[in-house]
Every structure is written in structure tokens, then in C-alpha cells.
Design a protein around this ligand. Structure first.
Ligand code: SF4
Ligand code: SF4
Length: 447
């Protein structure tokens, strides 16, 4: 029997937060164009892009407005047509300030090179080098949250041998349903995207990992694949954080990425399903990453939704389209409840890595009092990376970057499982994030 009918999972740690996939049955709907977009030039891991437009310029939808600066960087495109307004530092949804290009929307005139038809193009005529070039040109980055430039992932480091492409359709964060809907609504495009990525990487097989709470997506892909062996589906047990790259690799292939290592060290490259769809559009349609599917949800949100949103649209527009900001909203989060970050200003723009907007009611948003550690060990049991979270909290709070590094703090994937299980409500992840930042700072070249 192949991997397809086995419910596998990762071996260490993990938790089971309530799923709350309120928008799972809601089809993707395009959000009306905003009046203005704000497009940060950093929406990816790596160097900021270099701005190529000026205030007053007219731009078309899909036109480059900032080019990648070096290899680990990404192109940024106008997501609308109109006039470039002020270019200034703006807060993004992660709470950091970056230079952003404002565009006042006028009409919706697209760059002529983009194929806007719905026709499915299955024949892949591009050679591997051209595939990577088109993905770079289109500014594709990982859309599952990490926003790592996709062309970099397709360039295998010398000395490494990759044999498997893993497609991440897990979407293990509670509430979020954007990836689920893309799998249901664009499966054929995703399958072409997978073949494109396989061709670029020169790998003989691909496996789509999907959690067992998305039966419809599993069945759909199995039906479309019709038993072919090069691409298969791995149905996975529902367990958080199944969508972490290292956990997914362990669950599907039983391979262990070493501490500080990369998936390529064990012969694997992982791409998210939404990214794979964007790769299809970039290579077959020459469409840059100018829009994405975003889930807008929460217990008191009137109409939990999955919207197709132009990059740079203010968060408030999405909330208004989902019935308005609920009266009892206590906290608004970019992303899911486990790994997402609270948004301070509802004017912040949707970025390439924004998968969801979640409204938490006031009652649940209140910071519960934190007590002393009772040494119950629950955080250790829950940690999927085999770390000692209670101790990393102490090191992060004390400011001991050398010790924290020796305790593998950088292996923390910030899944939040430790904070979720802690009976003393200790702010474990907050201090681990602080500790990780200190380690990175201590290693940065001094100027
Ligand atoms: S947030 Fe980090 S330390 Fe906490 S459980 Fe996840 S990986 Fe472990
Ligand atoms: S779960 Fe909380 S109380 Fe228990 S050991 Fe970890 S930090 Fe301490």
C-alpha cells in the first residue's frame, strides 16, 4: 500500500486546539477593488526590493514597482492600476515599519503581458531555467506565512540531492480555510503547478500532504490523479503543527531534518498549495503575485469569508465586507490564533504572506494572569521540536543569547504549542521570540 491511505503524523509533541473552521464551506469571492493600496517593499524574507517608480507615475495592474535586490529578495508589483501617491514608511501587519508605495486606484488596466483568461494550460513548455526566471519575475514567495522567495527554494545548494517535492496542504492553524478552498476550487491548476515545480527541481515524485479534516480535498485530488504514481496524496492525522515543514517531512517521509538544517539536507523541498497555484499563474499565465486568498473569520464575525484580495488592500476593507468589525472585538490577528500576530491598526495592508484576519472576542482576548511555573513538563511534552520551552523562556527573559543558542532556541518554529498547554499561562512564546531575536543580533556582523 502506498502512502495515500495511511494516516501518518509527526512523532514528537503536538497539540489539538479546537478547529473552528467556520468558513470552510464558503467559496472564494473577489473583494471589490479598494480606493487605495499600500504596498510594502518588504513582503518577504531577505533584502527589501528597490523602488522603480516615483510619486505621480501612472501604473498598470501587474507592473513592477520595485525590483529584487540580490538573490534573496523579491519583485513587488502594482496590484491595481492608478497613480502612485506618497512613498513613505508604514506599519505592516506584523507590526514592523517598512517603506511602502501608495497607489490611488483608477480603473483596472492590466499589463498586456498577463493572460487573464480562465483557460487551463496544461502543457509546460518552459525549461527549468526559464521556470525559475518566471517565478522570480512574478515575485512569488511562500504564501503559507514564511514568505521565503520561491526562486531561492528552487535553486538547490551545491552538494545536495533532492528527490521529493512535498506540497503543503495541511493548513493546521485553527480557523483558517484559504488553502482548503484553493484546493477545492483550483485543483487542476495546482496539479500543473506541481508538475512545473517538479520539472524545475528535476525530481521524480511529489506528495501532497493534507490533514484528514479536509476529506473533500483529499478525495478530489485522488480522483484527479487517478492512481498515477509520480504525484500522490498523503492523508495526515489532525495534529497541530502538522504544517510545519519539519513536522510534515517527518510525517510523510519519516525523514529527520537536522537541528539548524534545511529540508534539502534530507532530499526534500516543500511548497505550500497557495504558492503552487501562484507558480502555475506565474509560469503559464505570466501573472505576478498581486492578489491572494485571505480568510476573514472569528466567532462573532457576521459572515466568515474567503476573499480574493489585491495585495495592499487595508484590513478594514476585508472586515467590512465580512459584516463589519464585531462590537465585542477584543483583538484582531493577522494569521491564525496559534502563530498570528495582533494588528494595532486596521489600515495595515494585506501582504503576500497574509493568510487570514481573525477577530477574537473581548472575553477571550483578555490577558489571563500568569503564575509561577509549576514544573509540570506539559510544555516539553507539547513541543514538536523536542525543546525545553520553560527553560528557553527563562533564558529569553534573562538575556543569555549564548546559553539560549546552545539550547537550540533557533530551532523553535514559534508554533505556540507550549503557551497553549501551559496551566500557569506563562508567556512562553513571547520570551522565546525575544530570545531568538537576541541570538540573531549577537551573531550579526558589528558595524
Ligand atoms: S513555540 Fe517553540 S518552544 Fe514552543 S512548542 Fe513551538 S517549537 Fe517548541
Ligand atoms: S507548561 Fe508552564 S507550568 Fe508547566 S513546566 Fe512548562 S512553563 Fe512550567
Amino acid at each position: 500500500m502506498g502512502l495515500r491511505h495511511k494516516l501518518s503524523t509527526f512523532r514528537i509533541g503536538g497539540v489539538h486546539p479546537p478547529e473552528q473552521k467556520l468558513s470552510a464551506m464558503v467559496p472564494i469571492a473577489p473583494l471589490p477593488l479598494p480606493r487605495m493600496v499600500t504596498i510594502p517593499i518588504v513582503q518577504h524574507i531577505g533584502k527589501p526590493a528597490r523602488i522603480t517608480v516615483q510619486r505621480g507615475d501612472s501604473v498598470k495592474t501587474g507592473q513592477v514597482i520595485a525590483t529584487h535586490d540580490g538573490f534573496v529578495s523579491s519583485n513587488i508589483h502594482a496590484s491595481v492600476s492608478g497613480k502612485v501617491g506618497i512613498i513613505e514608511e508604514t506599519m505592516d501587519s506584523t507590526g514592523f515599519k517598512h517603506i511602502a508605495v501608495n497607489i490611488r486606484v483608477k480603473g483596472d488596466e492590466w499589463d498586456e503581458s498577463i493572460d487573464r483568461s480562465d483557460t487551463l494550460i496544461t502543457e509546460i513548455t518552459c525549461e527549468p531555467k526559464e521556470i525559475v526566471e518566471r517565478i522570480l519575475a512574478a515575485g512569488i514567495v511562500g504564501m503559507g506565512g514564511a514568505a521565503f522567495p520561491s526562486h531561492v527554494k528552487l535553486t538547490i545548494p551545491e552538494g545536495k540531492h533532492v528527490d521529493t517535492l512535498l506540497i503543503n496542504g495541511v493548513e493546521c492553524e485553527p480557523y483558517l480555510t484559504a488553502d482548503h478552498r484553493i484546493m477545492l476550487e483550483k485543483p487542476n491548476e495546482i496539479l500543473v503547478g506541481i508538475r512545473i515545480l517538479m520539472k524545475a527541481l528535476g525530481v521524480p515524485r511529489a506528495i501532497i500532504g493534507i490533514e484528514d479534516n479536509k476529506h473533500d480535498a483529499i478525495e478530489l485530488f485522488e480522483k484527479l490523479l487517478g492512481g498515477q504514481t509520480a504525484i500522490s496524496v498523503a492523508a495526515l492525522k489532525v495534529q497541530y503543527p502538522q504544517g510545519g515543514e519539519k513536522q510534515l517531512i517527518q510525517a510523510v517521509l519519516n525523514r529527520e531534518v537536522p537541528s539548524g538544517g534545511l529540508p534539502a539536507d534530507v532530499g526534500v523541498i516543500v511548497h505550500n498549495v497557495a504558492t503552487t497555484f501562484a507558480v502555475y499563474e506565474a509560469v503559464q499565465k505570466r501573472k505576478p503575485l498581486i492578489e491572494r486568498v485571505v480568510t476573514v473569520t472569528g466567532k462573532d464575525v457576521k459572515t466568515p469569508s474567503n476573499f480574493l484580495v489585491r495585495i495592499g488592500t487595508p484590513v478594514i476593507d476585508l472586515l467590512n465586507a465580512a459584516g463589519g468589525v464585531p462590537e465585542d472585538a477584543g483583538k484582531i490577528i493577522s494569521g491564525g490564533p496559534m502563530m498570528g500576530k495582533a494588528i494595532a491598526d486596521l489600515e495595515v495592508p494585506i501582504a503576500k504572506g497574509t493568510s487570514g484576519i481573525l477577530v477574537i472576542p473581548e472575553e477571550e482576548a483578555k490577558r489571563t494572569e500568569s503564575y509561577n511555573c509549576v514544573r509540570c513538563g506539559k510544555c516539553i511534552e507539547a513541543c514538536p521540536m523536542g525543546l525545553e520551552p520553560y527553560y528557553l523562556l527563562l533564558l529569553g527573559r534573562k538575556g543569555s543569547p549564548e546559553k539560549a543558542e546552545a539550547e537550540h532556541i533557533l530551532d523553535c518554529i514559534e508554533c505556540g504549542s507550549c503557551s497553549f498547554v501551559c496551566p500557569s499561562n506563562r508567556p512562553i512564546l513571547d520570551y522565546i521570540r525575544l530570545g531568538k531575536a537576541e541570538v540573531r543580533q549577537s551573531k550579526a556582523p558589528k558595524v
